[in-house]
Design a protein. Structure first.
Length: 208
């Protein structure tokens, strides 16, 4: 496994340094370098146009400055780097939630891009864990006190099955215009989620 950790600009209001392994390659997106500093995390690379934060002077990391006017978000630029450099796993911190909901949506699309390139990617904040399942199966352990929800990332996700949850499904087609997959529950056993044709956004959240 070759894992990259991407740290973004959304305030990280819970401890995350224990999630970083010595073998991880840590990249901060723009203001994410300030999040890393507050958490005592040393990035290997900092990438951004620095339109929302000061340039990281004296940073003990390589710094790539992007133009302000561009097609890629800073995070998506990093996602392309991840694909091009053979990473197999990605952990995204400081990239969902906060005031800028459009960036959360953009980063959900970035998760889909990574899944389409066969990279296992997860985004986390204090309350939620998000990932994309594409043409495959994910098995979740029992998670008391949490919900999980599924949404189609395209027009339709076909042959969706959910086993071991309060609301099971069998060979069902989930569309992006009907949220049938919202707020499912764990019932004390592992949950198996599969989709044979399409992509599902999986969101795990706290009940309270």
């Amino acid at each position: 496994m070759k894992r990259c950790v991407i740290i973004g600009a959304v305030e990280i209001d819970f401890p995350v340094s224990h999630l970083i392994k010595e073998t991880d390659f840590v990249i901060c997106a723009d203001k994410g370098w300030q999040n890393a500093a507050k958490q005592g995390i040393r990035p290997d690379m900092i990438v951004g146009d620095f339109d929302s934060s000061p340039y990281p002077e004296n940073a003990d990391a390589s710094v790539t400055v992007l133009p302000v006017i561009k097609d890629d978000t800073d995070t998506f630029y990093i996602a392309r780097y991840v694909v091009e450099n053979g990473y197999t796993d990605v952990l995204m911190l400081g990239l969902i939630g906060g005031k800028r909901i459009e960036h959360t949506v953009a980063n959900m699309q970035t998760l889909l891009y990574l899944a389409e390139n066969r990279i296992n990617a997860t985004a986390m904040d204090r309350y939620s864990t998000i990932m994309v399942i594409k043409d495959g199966t994910v098995v979740l352990p029992d998670m008391p006190g949490k919900f999980f929800s599924l949404f189609s990332m395209g027009d339709r996700a076909e042959a969706v099955s959910i086993k071991g949850a309060k609301y099971p499904l069998a060979d069902y087609t989930i569309t992006n215009s009907f949220p049938i997959g919202v707020s499912n529950e764990f019932i004390g056993e592992k949950v198996e989620i599969s989709v044979n044709n399409g992509s599902l956004l999986l969101i795990i959240t706290e009940k309270d």
